[in-house]
Write a protein that binds this ligand. Structure first.
Ligand code: ADP
Ligand code: TRP
Length: 322
């Protein structure tokens, strides 16, 4: 079974991204084959600064490798190192109805937000389908916002197979539950668009300040807090500390006697320790960009071994070669 997902190189990652997307992807490395790539072609639909693209791509590689993506167990590459994906994009584009692309919510949202759409934005779901279908992917773990793109991918694979004979593997989506969203520092879902994030990597002093700045209520430390399980710090400790430690803090908060300042201090320490090893690994990797580059290149070679076979099948089926 092959699992594939694309990673958007969009800057600073937060612990919501970590627990929601990265950790499950890293754990999946022990189950079946994992194919993970940095979607730098996709980033061209919205970012026009080449230096920023290189930096974001390098940062995404560092973040994922530091957090435990293991290039021995997973195939990890940069999307644009396999330009074959653009050929499959063209082939699929000839089969996908305009109406289907016009109904994509991601496209409609951009129009509604006044973004002048380029062809890339319109074709985004076709490139994404090519990403998936080029590698005979079985399962695609994505956030709920990508569900429709997955349906479109399945649609394109089925259309291709109907037009040209059984050629492409029709993938299954695995949608990550929204219910399990990591709360942000203001209690809403953690998201970079709400400015309520806790970054995975960053400056200790600034991050401590962010944690100590979490707004709670005005109840005194002594007051019992029957709603202790709803407290943001307790919810985050559930992710960052052992179950015993998190329960202990929750019980002390519920009983009264634990002040919010002390609770936030404890939260910061657990958060800082949780990512300590990743932080060290990231610094080591950042000091060795040639190594990171060679990891991505080796990943691209392994990815290409699959991609070239699948593309050949598609070209033959479509009458582009014998
Ligand atoms: P943001 O909401 O900060 O813009 P993205 O949309 O870039 O985050 O998220 C990338 C992935 O990280 C999403 O597909 C989603 O699965 C996961 N993710 C983001 N925020 C959270 C969260 N608060 N809780 C759980 N998972 C999250
Ligand atoms: N569009 C996806 C996102 O915004 C990223 C992505 C690109 C992707 N290609 C993919 C995800 C292929 C899964 C499979 O998160």
């Amino acid at each position: 079974m092959r699992t594939l997902t694309g990673i958007q190189p969009t800057g600073t990652l937060h612990i919501g991204n970590y627990f929601g997307a990265m950790r499950p992807a890293i754990e999946a490395q022990d189950h079946g084959e994992c194919f993970y790539f940095i979607a730098d072609y996709h980033s061209m639909t919205a970012l026009f600064d080449p230096a920023a693209r290189l930096r974001n791509t390098a940062d995404a590689a560092l973040d994922w490798l530091a957090c435990g993506l293991d290039p021995k167990r997973a195939v990890f590459w940069r999307q644009s190192d396999i330009p074959e994906v653009t050929e499959l994009t063209w082939i699929l584009g000839t089969l996908v109805p305009m109406g289907l692309l016009e109904r994509a919510t991601t496209y409609k949202d951009k129009l509604a937000n006044g973004i002048a759409p380029n062809f890339g934005i319109f074709a985004y779901p076709v490139l994404m389908a090519a990403d998936i279908l080029l590698y005979d992917t079985n399962v695609v773990p994505v956030g709920a916002d990508q569900k429709q793109h997955l349906e479109m991918t399945r649609d394109m694979a089925i259309k291709f197979n109907q037009a040209y004979g059984e050629t492409l593997v029709v993938p299954e989506p695995r949608i990550r539950g929204e219910g399990a969203a990591v709360p942000g520092l203001d209690g809403r879902k953690m998201s970079k668009s709400y400015g309520n994030t806790l970054e995975i990597f960053g400056d200790e002093k600034a991050l401590r300040k962010r944690v100590m700045g979490i707004v709670m209520d005005s109840r005194t430390p002594q007051e019992p807090k029957p709603d202790a399980e709803k407290n943001i710090a307790i919810q985050l400790l559930r992710l960052l500390a052992t179950p015993d430690v998190a329960s202990d803090f929750e019980n002390r908060l519920r009983a009264g006697g634990l002040g919010y300042g002390d609770l936030k201090k404890a939260l910061f320490e657990h958060y800082w320790n949780y990512f300590a090893a990743a932080r060290v690994r990231r610094a080591e990797l950042a000091a060795n960009p040639d190594h990171v580059e060679s990891v991505l290149r080796e990943g691209a070679e392994r990815a290409r071994a699959v991609a070239s076979q699948v593309l050949k099948r598609a070209r033959r089926a479509g009458g582009l070669q014998r």
